[in-house]
Design a protein around this ligand. Sequence first.
Ligand code: COA
Length: 196
Amino acid sequence: MVGISNEKQLPGDGVVRLTFFHSGDAAALRDMDADAEHRRRFEFPEKFVASLAHSQRVISDWTNQRQEGPFLFAVRAVSNGELLGGCEIRLLADHVANLSYWTVPQHRARGVASRAVALASQIARAQLDVKRIEIVVDPDNFASRRVAMHNGFRAVGMRNDRILHVKDMSILPVDPPNKANSTIFRNVATVRGRIG
Ligand SMILES: CC(C)(COP(=O)(O)OP(=O)(O)OC[C@H]1O[C@@H](n2cnc3c(N)ncnc32)[C@H](O)[C@@H]1OP(=O)(O)O)[C@@H](O)C(=O)NCCC(=O)NCCS
């Protein structure tokens, strides 16, 4: 059993931090569900109607699946706790995981998703025993491709008409959460000095 139950074990990089989603995030998630780009990339059914009740149910489901996954994390500003985005680690077979992410529209293009992927990758490796992470991206989703690239993922081919990016985690050192001078955090801070 590889679940994640302790929010205090979730990492940050001094600018953003990962937490669980809480019921107070429901309104922000509802607004997120109304964003056209978000809906397109996550293939929402056309008839889907965003609502507070739906978002509350979703957060409740995410809370209940912290032991078996998929594992959902909120991305928050360290400065004020504001919800900036989210990410999901979905375990596949053989220590492989799929990673997906999104950023609240008004916080895009400021390095949020790139930071989130770095932190989620740490969780995957250190807490979920993941050896390889995959990110699949629509060919025309340039922002998402940049996020993968910034985090050292390699585009290795196509899967279901999407570009498959992979990163081998077994060759990286394990850094404890919040260690400011760790290799991964230092790289992220170097590339992404744009928010905070
Ligand atoms: C893709 C997404 C997560 C990127 O989030 P973000 O927080 O803006 O990402 P970052 O700020 O780390 O940006 C990474 C790069 O993309 C660029 N970028 C961000 N939004 C962009 C846009 N709309 N058009 C072009 N480039 C964009 C950034 O400027 C940055 O560029 P750089 O490589 O020159 O530094 C966000 O656009 C989103 O939530 N999209 C909808 C959901 C989605 O597509 N998820 C990914 C599924 S795989």
